[in-house]
Design a protein. Sequence first.
Length: 421
Amino acid sequence: MLSFSRDFSFDATATQQRIMDDALLAIKEENESGRIGYYTLPETSLALIDELEEYRKTNALIAGGKIKDIVIIGIGGSSLGVKAIDSLLASKSESAVTLHLFENSDPVNISQTLSKLEKESSLFIVISKSGGTIETTSIFKTIIAHFDLDLDAADKERVLVITDAGSSLSKFADSYSIKQFNIPDNVGGRFSVLSAVGIVPLTLVGYDTKALLSGAGEFLDRLFSGEEKHLLEKACYYYENAKTLSINILFSYDNDLENLTKWYVQLWGESLGKIDSRGSSVGMTPIGLIGAVDQHSFLQLVIEGPKDKTVTFITIDDFENDLSIPDVSLRHIEKTDFINGKTFNELINAQCAATRQSLRDNAVPTDGIRLSRINEENIGAMIIYYELLTSLTGSMLKINTYDQPGVELGKQILYKNLETN
């Protein structure tokens, strides 16, 4: 279960209510018209789970229990969401299957990851919506060469492809009779984690992806039925203060939330940093922090630096780990003995509460998201929460939330430079 709180006041005026009503109508229209497809994924992706059950039976390597490593080759929207969910669930899983990611063209990282893998225990999943992502195809070629994969023979069973239907990668899979799953045309990469992009590898690793989709679907239904006013009011607050509060910080109090903050940074930055309908540059810079570590670094800037930031705190009520501070007294540092006997769960949440109060006392707007515990259902709700918040804010800003012309420009320059050198 997720619960929400905020320290900034918001009593909607008639104008603000109209802005919120219009934004909610806009994303409902995106959903009902079929223009934007991520809204339907909590329902439509259930069919993927059924298809994967059949795939497990027909793939001799999986059926024979030989696959112990699921290896994703993808970048950005093709990896960040999967990595975020796996990071949160891996420590609680009893699965014998491990997820590995090749997501950057860093040669040292590629070599180190290759050294951890054995061909016989690996299933390689190539993910690219466009089918021609240069980092992904380059790493895939490296894997083929490193493991001497024979895609014309039995090794085709240890490769999966996830891409748009009809893409160059899809045609590659067809030509080698490699199993592929398709991403809906109306689902953008950074909104795709609840599509085949996430559901296929996460299901194969062993996570309860039905619960993940259920959590997302239930939260989506609450918003569309008018029960989640918090989300609309938060989007409106961001919209109305976008020029003065131009930096949005996600301060997560759990190491395993670090990759979720990275997913949020891509989702928020790539979706909202745009030229609006009036030709003006808009957008709020996303920053991800981890508590309590970043209390000892970035927090100083937030409290005494420019008052141009909002901060969202994420906390976990129950870490399901009762590790406590031992009743040990050490000479000269007895002043910390008051904490003896308390759990680290209590300590980290007390650190969060104190940090949030320090910001409130210094006029920094904050809000909070509390997860009762880490499980698939709560993670699904968190994923759709931020996707919906992004869509609502983008609608209010009068921008195209779903394109990324700035990213495409960089790709065009890269292709041109490499082709001419």
